[in-house]
Design a protein around this ligand. Structure first.
Ligand code: ADP
Ligand code: MG
Length: 559
């Protein structure tokens, strides 16, 4: 029996791949720069074991050069280069990754993690280029080679002249079509933005010749054009730095630079985890609510990086809804990416990270509540509503996660208190956690219903937000103490002969009550004598589960 190999229509395959893997064309630059970074890392690894080789960081860089006149974009690196065999194997065989092989042979060291693994990223260049030319000289070789391809039709390899070890990838950028613009990939500002977005934390400098106009030296009204070489990327990811070396200011700069918000962050959380799943994260609690926070347009999520390369701009799975205000980024080496490196293959690691992050945020907020109450109240003013919604839409452990983050205005000290604080100072004989709902603290203060409870010396929580009472109903109780509205039928106060008295009053005034009820027939269900009033002649109470305030809200809601 003869064993046959699968054949593939490689032209078609290449075309399909190029046009279906990536959602955005701009990704090609991320892929080529990642390859350059890998190539430099390979020299770094080589130098670790080869004593004749030294690695001076200053000698290694990536340079992006746009030439509008010739419509070319060049990505040059001083990396390890490729031999003729390697050119054939790595750029001639689709889905063959020299980097993956390298990674299997060399153990990752000092955070120099090789990025490549799928052996397809290089071909993304054909999304924006008609012709791709690679000129390369391998470390330890005297001959340079040129690999050239117009995509589907295959490639040629020749010798060529090239100074120094490394690789130049030259793209002949496509002409604009009716519905697609390619010119932008020759524009300085656009290239800078793409580099910043995806490759900001590549370890080696990514340089560009940047042009500008500046006042002439020694003159006030004369200007001159200049070109200067600039490093575009920030290189060292702040999240890999030692926490002790970083100041609040560094985090604030990062927040602004990444445009997480235009405000100053209220708090930052720097996490480095080296456990079942390894990751670094820098999270921020903003000071102000984003203008679109409570609108449909708002998208929650954290930036997700794999080895310092941006994979996803807003990874929603990393944050529960009730912490959707948190901004920031996560970087992990342990993510299993799919071939486009845009979406994740499976989310086991992601789920672990998300859970971990959730707990960290919770703990940090709890600590803030304890140690910096003023700041916490500021936070709660902005985002407390979101936490209450979290309690209300209880999924799984929401309630437990959130109940200790809630604070409410209290009658006793006229300030915000947590449920734990309330319960801890309840008198022995108090059975319930009392609350009163209303439009404002002032109006609640004047409610006749609050008098009896307050007279007993019991503390009352003031609910002024729609969501308050709904959330508390979901919570049901706190440390086994049930919540009770001051306007509920039974207040649970020890009034010994209360019921008897009320009955007597009722029979004495039977006719009066009936007349009143007739008058208000469409407004009240019953008119009764009550012992809970002191300085007010009358008050409204609710029967059953819903309080009057809740009924109002439900009635106001659109059907
Ligand atoms: P991946 O990076 O996932 O391995 P690519 O298609 O991006 O896949 O690249 C294929 C291979 O070509 C790389 O693994 C590497 O061996 C080689 N290569 C690509 N670009 C360069 C470069 N600038 N310098 C040296 N080798 C390169
Ligand atoms: Mg690659």
């Amino acid at each position: 029996m003869e064993k046959m190999q699968f054949k593939a229509e490689s032209k078609r395959l290449l075309e399909m791949m190029i046009n279906s893997i990536y959602s955005q064309k701009e990704i090609f630059l991320r892929e080529l720069i990642s390859n350059s970074s890998d190539a430099i890392d390979k020299i770094y690894y080589r130098a670790l074991t080869d004593e004749s080789l030294s690695f001076n960081k200053e000698d290694y860089y990536i340079k992006v050069i746009a030439d509008k006149d010739n419509r070319t974009l060049m990505i040059r690196d001083t990396g390890i280069g490729m031999t003729k065999d390697e050119l054939e194997e790595h750029l001639g065989v689709i889905a063959k990754s020299g980097s993956l092989a390298f990674k299997t042979e060399n153990e990752a060291k000092d955070g120099h993690d090789i990025i490549g693994q799928f052996g397809v990223g290089f071909y993304s260049a054909f999304m924006v280029a008609d012709v791709v030319t690679v000129r390369t000289k391998a470390l330890g070789s005297d001959t340079a080679y040129q690999w050239k391809s117009e995509g589907a039709d295959g490639y040629t390899i020749d010798t060529c002249e090239k100074d120094g070890v490394g690789t130049e990838i030259i793209l002949t950028i496509k002409e604009n079509t009716e519905d697609e613009s390619y010119d932008e990939y020759l524009e300085e500002y656009r290239l800078k933005a793409i580099i910043k977005k995806y490759s900001d934390f590549i370890r080696y400098p990514i340089k560009m010749d940047v042009t500008g106009r500046r006042p002439k030296e020694g003159s006030e009204d004369e200007f001159e054009d200049y070109t200067e070489e600039q490093v575009i990327n920030s290189m060292v990811p702040i999240w890999r730095k030692n926490k002790n070396e970083l100041k609040d200011e560094d985090y604030e700069n990062f927040y602004n630079e990444k445009r997480y918000g235009f405000d100053k962050p209220l708090k930052h959380i720097h996490i480095s985890v080296d456990g079942a799943v390894r990751y670094n994260a820098i999270l921020f609690i903003p000071e102000q609510i984003p203008f679109d926070y409570y609108s449909k347009e708002f998208e929650k999520g954290l930036e997700l990086y794999s080895n310092g390369v941006l994979i996803m701009e807003k990874c929603a799975d990393l944050l529960p809804d009730y912490f959707s205000f948190v901004k920031g980024m996560v970087d992990s080496e342990d993510l299993s990416l799919n071939i486009s490196r845009e979406i994740l293959q499976q989310d086991k690691q992601l789920k672990l990270i998300a859970k971990n992050i959730k707990n960290k945020i919770k703990n940090q907020l709890q600590a803030m509540m304890k140690d910096d109450r003023e700041k916490y109240e500021e936070f709660f003013k902005s985002f407390g509503r979101q936490l209450k919604f979290g309690v209300y839409s209880d999924f799984g452990s929401n309630k437990d996660d959130l109940k200790d983050l809630l604070i409410f205005y209290s009658s006793k000290e006229k300030k915000m208190v947590s449920l734990a604080e309330y319960v801890s100072r309840m008198p022995e004989d108090q059975k319930y956690i009392y609350y009163a709902s209303g439009e404002s603290y002032e109006r609640i203060e004047k409610l006749p219903q609050t008098e009896m409870v307050a007279d007993k010396g019991y503390e009352i929580l003031y609910f002024t937000e729609d969501i308050d009472e709904f959330a508390i109903k979901m919570l049901m109780n706190y440390e086994d103490k049930e919540f009770k509205s001051v306007s509920s039928g039974d207040l649970g106060l020890d009034a010994d002969d209360k019921e008897k008295d009320e009955k007597e009053d009722a029979s004495e005034n039977k006719e009066l009550f009936e007349a009143m009820k007739d008058l208000l027939s469409d407004k009240v269900k019953a008119v009764r004598a009550s012992k809970r009033l002191k300085s007010h002649p009358v008050c409204l109470t609710a029967e059953g589960e819903l309080t009057i305030e809740m009924e109002k809200i439900l009635r106001a809601m659109p059907d």
